[in-house]
Design a protein around this ligand. Structure first.
Ligand code: WTA
Length: 658
């Protein structure tokens, strides 16, 4: 497959030899029925009752799926529920008050444990505090917090009073925060004084202040005092201290608001290819059903488990699989504030050993780092409590897959390679660990009730083994309902390309390229639209390029991913051409500074090559594939399609000369 821009790949990564799930796992798995795919198919869409049954409904729904207004699907219509009551109250009511809900591991070795009763009390107090501030049903509350317990508590307090939350990853810049608050017209912000970054105190409040200065609306702000004496701060007008606010409402309870299944639970911004972040809207009934069901069927979570997902709650993985899914099931979810290598590279294994973690879910980029650091670190600990391992966020190739299974999973644990997106809300493609054979490098078949196809540019399914575009051909409960800034953009971004409204044939376009094998297993290769994955996070090359080109003196920029020398990590590599009268030394520092402030640290290019021109196709498109090959020191294919082939030698000379 080729997208006409020379960027297509024709050969998917090879998958490793298939492995059956170990019998000991299959015996106890939450799903052990090999016929479940067929069962769901025969009974679709009513099969999704199975997911909704995992929740407590205030009013039962009358219709599983309403597809009248496709692609604006509605799930479980007529039903009413409250997400916070599902994640906390019902466990307390069912006699599980003292069961641990959250086990928090702080960056400096601090520890805290919240039982379901503790969580219930804190959520109610914060809900009462938010009400005092004026938060009403349907007001968007922005949360800009690092991985501290106040983050999930605030999310659930919002859910309790029916106020959608919009969590902005704490490492994003003031500009990124302001853009998101502006787009959502959000008038409430929950943030903190700062947090520790590898032991140093880092000021978060000043970023929040800068964002507020850029906003037209008045913003009421609540500040968590995370650092105490390490970073004293003074509260200004319309600012409250989080724990003082909580204390003034000590012991109060707030009735959970009965939300319509289709009412918004939260907004989550994700990078778009056009540079404008997209506000993905998730609703209450469908989303919560889908995350609860997949937490059980794919991650095999049981209430007695200690489960750990190593993502940040600031991204969708943390929303779905640290907070909503595991808490809906009443399990113990581990929340880790730090990084895997601080104070040493054995940090994660020590936490797994000490807490007897049963299920561990992380990103392939982390697995590649563990592999690089060496087996001695996990080797120092007893990891035999682990029953299942998972990955999410990027493709995982057979080598790290096997390393993960061997050195973390003791050669025993099944691995689930889960494919999904911010927009899908929950996992769509994965093996069912107690049922399906695993193929290292391939995610698996679409889950029961999910239908996916790999198609060519005309929408025709490709032959087994060929590469194409990954589409989802039936709706699913956790799907995004729209984009906050408009239905039109929602249709344009995800539906238009492979749908035919005249025949009411709607297919969701994931934006990923993939390959389907003869058993229906899907290997996802990556984004169609040049997105670079750094440390497990998808960064839009377009967004980075626009941050570079907004610096004075820059004419044009292209960024690509470059594998590090060990092949384990991806760095951002930028090609920049300056305007006349400027040269690299003038602008290098401004590029770095601007990318950091507009997008964040993770997006800063590791290397910048200055070139008089960028290689272009005849139609004027920048040829990123070629730039990627140059960055990676690979041999260059045919360059005859270029409008300016002579530039290639110049760029290589410039790269080698540095
Ligand atoms: C990629 C994260 C290969 C993919 C949940 C997708 C994957 C994007 C996998 C979504 C996987 C996610 N194998 N690629 N198992 N899981 N991706 O929105 O390109 O941050 O479109 O959601 O990550 O990233 P997002």
């Amino acid at each position: 497959m080729d997208d006409g821009n020379g960027r297509g790949r024709t050969h998917p990564a090879p998958t490793g030899s298939p492995r059956d799930p170990p019998a000991s796992f299959a015996e106890q798995a939450t799903v052990s029925n090999g016929g479940i795919h067929e069962e769901f198919d025969a009974n679709w869409p009513d099969c999704w009752d199975r997911a909704a049954e995992l929740l407590s409904w205030i009013e039962p729904y009358d219709t599983v799926l309403d597809d009248e207004d496709a692609p604006f699907y509605r799930w479980f219509t007529g039903g009413k529920l409250n997400a916070a009551a599902n994640c906390v109250d019902r466990h307390v009511e069912q006699g599980r008050k003292t069961h641990t809900a959250i086990r928090w591991e702080g960056k400096r070795g601090e520890r805290a444990t919240y039982t379901y009763q503790d969580l219930y009390v804190a959520i109610n107090e914060i809900a009462a505090g938010l009400r005092e501030l004026g938060v009403e049903t349907d007001d968007v509350v922005t949360i800009y917090l690092p991985m501290i317990p106040e983050l999930p508590i605030t999310m659930l307090a919002c859910a309790r009073i029916g106020a959608p939350h919009s969590v902005v990853f704490a490492g994003l810049s003031a500009d990124a925060l302001a853009t998101r608050m502006d787009a959502a017209e959000s008038e409430y912000l929950i943030t903190c004084d700062g947090y520790y970054r590898r032991g140093d105190a880092f000021n978060q409040k000043s970023k929040a202040d800068n964002a507020r200065l850029a906003l037209e609306q008045d913003v009421r702000t609540v500040v968590v005092d995370r650092l105490g004496e390490d970073l004293p701060h003074v509260l200004g007008d319309a600012e409250w201290d989080y724990h003082e606010l909580q204390a003034t409402h000590a012991g109060e309870t707030v009735e959970p608001v009965a939300r319509d299944a289709e009412d918004m639970l939260f907004l989550m911004y994700t990078s778009g290819t056009t540079g404008e972040p997209k506000g993905v809207v998730h609703t209450t009934g469908g989303y919560l059903s889908h995350v609860a069901w997949t937490s059980r069927a794919v991650l095999d979570i049981e209430p007695e488990d200690t489960y750990w997902c190593g993502a940040d709650i600031g991204w969708i993985t943390g929303h779905s699989y640290i907070v909503y899914g595991p808490l809906a099931l009443g399990t113990t979810t581990v929340m880790y504030e730090g990084t895997p290598d601080y104070p040493d590279r054995d940090r994660l294994w020590e936490i797994i050993d000490r807490n007897a973690v049963d299920v561990f879910y992380t990103a392939p980029t982390a697995v590649r780092a563990f592999m690089k650091w060496g087996a001695e670190y996990p080797g120092r600990y007893d990891l035999s409590s682990l029953r299942l391992l998972g990955t999410v966020g990027e493709p995982i190739s057979p080598r790290p897959w096997n390393w993960y299974r061997e050195h973390v999973g003791g050669g025993e644990c099944p691995i689930v390679d889960t494919w999904w997106q911010t927009e899908t809300g929950a996992i769509l493609v994965s093996t069912l660990p107690g049922v399906d054979e695993m193929k290292p490098g391939a995610s698996g078949r679409p889950l029961p009730g999910i239908d996916a196809q790999v198609v060519d540019a005309d929408g025709t399914p490709v032959a087994a083994g060929d590469t194409g575009y990954l589409t989802i051909t039936r709706p699913w409960p956790g799907m995004a309902r729209t984009l906050y800034d408009g239905d039109e953009r929602f249709v344009r971004e995800y539906w238009e390309r492979f749908s035919d409204p005249d025949t009411d044939d709607w297919n969701y376009f994931s934006g990923d390229t993939a390959c389907l094998d003869e058993d229906g297993y899907i290997t996802v290769l990556g984004r169609v639209d040049d997105v670079i994955s750094v440390e497990g996070k998808q960064l839009s090359s377009m967004e980075i390029e626009s941050a570079i080109t907004s610096v004075d003196g820059i004419a044009e920029a292209a960024v690509v991913g470059r594998s590090s020398d060990s092949g384990d990590e991806t760095d951002i590599y930028a090609y920049v051409s300056t305007e006349r009268g400027y040269d690299g030394t003038d602008v290098r520092a401004s590029i770095v500074g601007n990318v950091e402030s507009v997008i964040g640290e993770a997006a800063v290019p590791r290397d910048i090559v200055f070139t008089p021109e960028l290689p272009k196709t005849r139609s004027g498109k920048i040829m990123r594939r070629l730039l990627e090959d140059i960055a990676n020191g690979e041999s260059l294919g045919d360059t005859s399609a270029l409008r300016n082939p002579e530039i290639v030698g110049e760029i290589q000379a410039e790269r080698d000369g540095r």
